[in-house]
Write a protein that binds this ligand. Sequence first.
Ligand code: NAD
Length: 425
Amino acid sequence: MSMTTSENNICSKNTLLEETILQVEKAVQRLGLDSGYVKILKEPKRVLSVSIPIRMDNGSIEVFRGFRVQHNLARGPAKGGIRYHPEVDMDEVTALAMLMTWKCAVVNIPYGGAKGGVICNPKELSLGELERLTRRFASEISIIIGPEKDIPAPDVYTNPQVMAWIMDTFSMHQGFSVPAVVTGKPIEIGGSQGRNEATGRGVVFTIEEAASRLEINLDESTAAIQGYGNVGSVAAADLSNLGCRIVAVSDSRGGIYSEKGLDLEKLNAYKASTGSVVGYPEVRPVSNQDLLTLDCDVLVPAALENQITGENAPKIKARLVAEGANGPITHTADQILFERGITVIPDILANAGGVVVSYFEWVQDLQNFYWTKDEVNRQLRSRMVESFREVYQFKEQDGVSMREAAYMLALGRVARAMEFRGLYP
Ligand code: NAD
């Protein structure tokens, strides 16, 4: 089966967890909150580890391990993707669940954070094995998921088909259809218009906001995109529609550069036929690392984590960096970019468009009333623009980076919810 979402995004687990906790500590301190919140928020609220025995096509039994972690439920049910990967583990899933808490809070959608994972190599499983694995995993975690409890979505190597199987399995247990139990479903069973493009589109909405404040005229600007996948290709297309010249893009095999700008329609046709952007005619090849330090106004790392490091941060030429990927900039690099006056739109804001439209999908499912694509995009824009403004206000007031500002906004929201609810019992 072809698995189309977020390939290769296996983060350096400890780094991600440690860096997220570091940001939390800083934000709690800046906001003058009770340090007890750090103690609570460092720990996931609920962790479920399950064994998934399935019958393989050759008749043998294999047992897989799966997790679902709910980090915090103060602001609403848990929300977050499910990742299938041979190297996924509990630490990684916990770090990603925590990130989801902040992401949902930054864009002010009424969810807490969650994440799931199954240790497996989906590329080595047949379609039937993958379906049995998914249904058994869905069944095992059904005790903690549900429209009011925890709503999974696709992540690395899971896709709308996997969501459809989860929805069907959960619905079979209930005896009726429960579309709102997952998002990122096919449209035919309650998926939302505009969900596929939502993350890349949201990235560009935040770029537009930042550009206007930095007095970058997108119409006359250039952009480089690392990772021409779901997020990167939509971001490139939307930027190009705004008049921005896309001078470089890349994928796992390498990158291409054209000073006069790439023709994205032709490039998409080339990529569809060859599977890569590499080898596209009349351009200069560029490595994934060199792409990051090209002369351009806007840089969108939309592939992997830890791409901009202490080593290459001093050489970044873009004035604006929007994190399409989760965690593409290391902590050290982040500080260097801040000191150099380069604006970074942090992942928990820049790439939150996906979870925002997932929220819209859930709302539509609960109401059995479905929106047009225009309505989805209008609401997405309004949510992203509003969130950007709120983060920017913190940044201006406190003289901090956009990342610190985003954490302050998120932490404030989560802490206030926890304060009102109080400590049980
Ligand atoms: P995708 O699999 O569609 O695309 C990833 C792209 O990155 C592919 O073109 C791949 O070839 C390329 N790539 C892989 N390794 C690379 C490398 N070493 N150097 C350069 N490029 C490389 O995935 P996606 O959904 O576009 O996700 C991209 C990033 O955005 C991930 O970090 C993901 O976690 C994050 N993200 C995605 C969403 C979403 O809704 N899809 C939401 C939030 C965050």
